[in-house]
Design a protein around this ligand. Structure first.
Ligand SMILES: [Zn+2]
Length: 334
């Protein structure tokens, strides 16, 4: 690259921010040397109308010593303590090819939070930028959207969540009879009266029964017990020993022959339903609302997985939605 990455980010910020923008004085910006905040300006986010966005630039070539890592973590803690926003802009070989800096940001910073935004600039695409590794645009577009309050953080959080139990039309491989298999829970991006339509997405991926904690498993068991009073094809649920996982897991059970139906056995069938929303309209996949108390482990699993396709949307930062019909509005496709 002919232009230094620090200068590249400086140009993008200066290109966007108007002269009258409320910003911190450069001499007062926290950090030092390679870990100094380069810009801090006021933005409007879901957290606060007057949140300060602190920009930390991390080039691909930065050699991460323990001292530098400690400084980055200290900066993060200071920004989080003020309930402000840390905007990490790093340079990577590719969106899916992280160097040492990217791996550090990915593993050690709790970056998937309303108090932190990670923008990755790809060296191999004229430094086009992405926040979700799928859509790309110019870096100054992200900064402009952020400054104008046109970005939002949207994701499930720890605690009570209104989720959907997913039930899939299935055939028992053992007794060959029709059944409706409980495949897990999904986190919808909005609340609707009916789920048999394409008006909604769920965040990232499904959480399969094996990941359910006992309290949630009990709530699901009771709900499915009620559903089965009017539809005996729905699989009951319970704990069974899985030879594949070599442990006892919460799983769906065939209502006819009592064989248990764990994820790796129905995965391919479900995948064939994921290409279109028609699977919802045709009843191949049906959803039922349930409130569950969700812990951090489930949220972490959810935010680190992703099923591509028309059923899902990524959690985290995104362009603020302007309608409730179009759903997720991606940036330029990568
Ligand atoms: Zn069966």
């Amino acid at each position: 690259m002919t232009v230094d990455f620090y200068a590249f980010v400086d140009d993008a910020v200066r290109h966007v921010l108007p002269p009258d923008c409320l910003r911190a004085v450069p001499d007062n910006l926290p950090g030092k040397h390679h870990c100094k905040i380069s810009h801090a300006f006021h933005v409007t986010t879901s957290v606060s109308r007057y949140q300060l966005a602190y920009v930390l630039v991390l080039p691909y070539s930065l050699f991460l010593t323990k001292e530098i890592k400690d400084q980055i973590i200290a900066l993060r803690d200071a920004v989080f303590a003020q309930n402000d926003l840390l905007v990490v802009i790093s340079e990577e070989k590719g969106a899916w090819e992280l160097g040492d800096v990217g791996e550090f940001v990915w593993r050690l910073l709790p970056i998937d939070s309303p108090n932190s935004l990670w923008i990755v600039c790809k060296r191999d695409r004229q430094r086009k930028a992405t926040i979700d590794r799928r859509g790309f645009c110019d870096l100054y577009d992200f900064i402009r959207l952020l400054y104008e309050g046109a970005m939002e953080f949207s994701a499930p959080t720890v605690g009570i969540n209104n989720v959907c139990m997913e039930i899939m039309l299935d055939i028992c491989p053992k007794c060959q009879q029709l059944m409706k298999t409980f495949t897990g829970i999904v986190f919808p991006d909005r609340q609707l009266d009916r789920w048999d339509n394409g008006d909604w997405h769920y965040y990232n991926t499904i959480i399969t029964p094996a990941f359910m904690k006992p309290a949630n498993a009990w709530a699901i068991w009771k709900y499915i017990h009620r559903l089965r009073k009017r539809d005996r094809c729905i699989t009951p649920v319970g704990y069974r020993y899985s030879k594949n996982l070599e442990q006892i897991v919460f799983t769906a059970i065939c209502p006819h022959c009592k064989a248990h139906r764990v994820e790796h056995k129905w995965y391919n069938i479900r995948e064939s339903h994921m290409g279109t929303h028609n699977s919802r309209m045709l009843g191949l996949l049906e959803y039922h609302s349930i409130s569950l108390n969700v812990n951090l482990e489930i949220i972490k699993f959810l935010t680190h997985g992703y099923e591509p396709g028309p059923h899902t949307c990524p959690s985290g930062w995104r362009r603020r939605l302007v309608t409730s019909i179009n759903g997720y509005s991606p940036f330029l496709k990568g």
